[in-house]
Design a protein around this ligand. Structure first.
Ligand SMILES: NC(=O)c1ccc[n+]([C@@H]2O[C@H](COP(=O)([O-])OP(=O)(O)OC[C@H]3O[C@@H](n4cnc5c(N)ncnc54)[C@H](O)[C@@H]3O)[C@@H](O)[C@H]2O)c1
Length: 267
């Protein structure tokens, strides 16, 4: 699988690709030959991702600034995408926010709406807007399209950070959406899976391994494979799910956490 350009001729749309996992996935999919739609609310971020990708890859890239929580903006983005590209083979619903630290029941209404808007309604807006096109892509066989949702171990076990209450609820909903869509889209030859990362070094957690360590120690959370995650490992898993090796996998939530959630209570 490693050197094959198995995504050549296929378009990958990655939300939140101006940073963190989204940027790594953009680089990894481009290495496999994919053309890219880079979405983010942060235009500077996706411009930088584009420059990084084009250093080593000759692929087409469309920058698509849009807030995924707003259906009208996503629909406008889809119009632009199909002016430029004739397919969208791969969607990664990656854009996400934690909304700040609070237990769920002490959270402000505004924060609840914002986190659920970006993390849950965002993937729904994107999938609702793009699946009809995917369904018609008979040129890709046996799978016409693939959707990968970025969940979190917070969605299966909130024990490692109870102060991410609303975030945990939102990521549990991402996992539920994955299963529901796998059922709804299976007969259209579209696979839907989610990736649930544990604790990784990306800007969302300030990219400071010492602080992450201190936090995990304070909560007595152990990672059996004793390392903080690197974003590239999530990108590698996404590449696997995008490959034909994973064509018969759908409706699954794949945890990538070094075993961290083995030691904490499940939701
Ligand atoms: N870093 C971790 O340890 C970790 C663990 C589990 C899950 N996750 C999830 O991984 C995903 C990516 O996170 P990351 O760590 O790379 O974070 P990040 O903050 O580096 O990247 C998230 C990107 O999403 C963009 N974004 C935010 N709101 C948006 C919106 N409404 N519309 C479009 N783009 C928007 C941001 O501008 C940013 O570029 C998120 O869904 C996050 O919840 C991260």
């Amino acid at each position: 699988m490693n050197n094959e350009k198995f995504l050549e001729g296929k378009v990958a749309l990655i939300t939140g690709s101006g940073s963190g996992f989204g940027r790594k996935m953009a680089l990894s999919f481009a290495e496999k030959g994919a053309d890219l739609v880079l979405n983010d609310v942060n235009l500077e971020g996706i411009k930088e991702t584009k420059n990084l990708v084009l250093k080593d890859n000759e692929v087409e890239i469309l920058l698509a600034k849009a807030d995924v929580s707003k259906l009208a903006e996503v629909e406008e983005m889809a119009d632009k995408v199909f002016e430029v590209f004739d397919n969208v083979f791969l969607i990664v619903n990656n854009a996400g926010i934690d909304g700040g630290l609070s237990t769920s029941l002490k959270a402000k209404e505004e924060m609840y709406d914002k986190v659920m808007g970006v993390n849950v309604k965002g993937p729904w807006n994107i999938t609702k807007t793009f699946f009809r096109k995917m369904k018609r892509q008979k040129q890709f066989k046996p799978v016409r399209g693939k959707i990968i949702n970025i969940a979190s171990t917070a969605g299966t076990s909130s024990g490692h950070n109870p102060m991410l209450g609303v975030y945990s609820i939102s990521k549990a909903a991402v996992i539920a959406q994955t299963r529901v869509w796998a059922l709804e889209l299976g007969s259209s030859d579209i696979t839907v899976n989610s990736i649930a990362p544990g604790v990784f070094l990306t800007p969302i957690y300030n990219s400071d391994p010492k602080l992450i360590r201190q936090f995990l120690d304070s909560r007595n959370v152990k990672i059996p494979i004793d390392k903080i995650g690197e974003a590239q490992w999530v990108a590698d898993l996404a590449v696997f799910l995008a490959s034909s090796t994973a064509d018969y996998i759908t409706g699954q939530n794949i945890v990538i956490d070094g075993g961290m959630t083995l030691s904490i209570n499940k939701l």
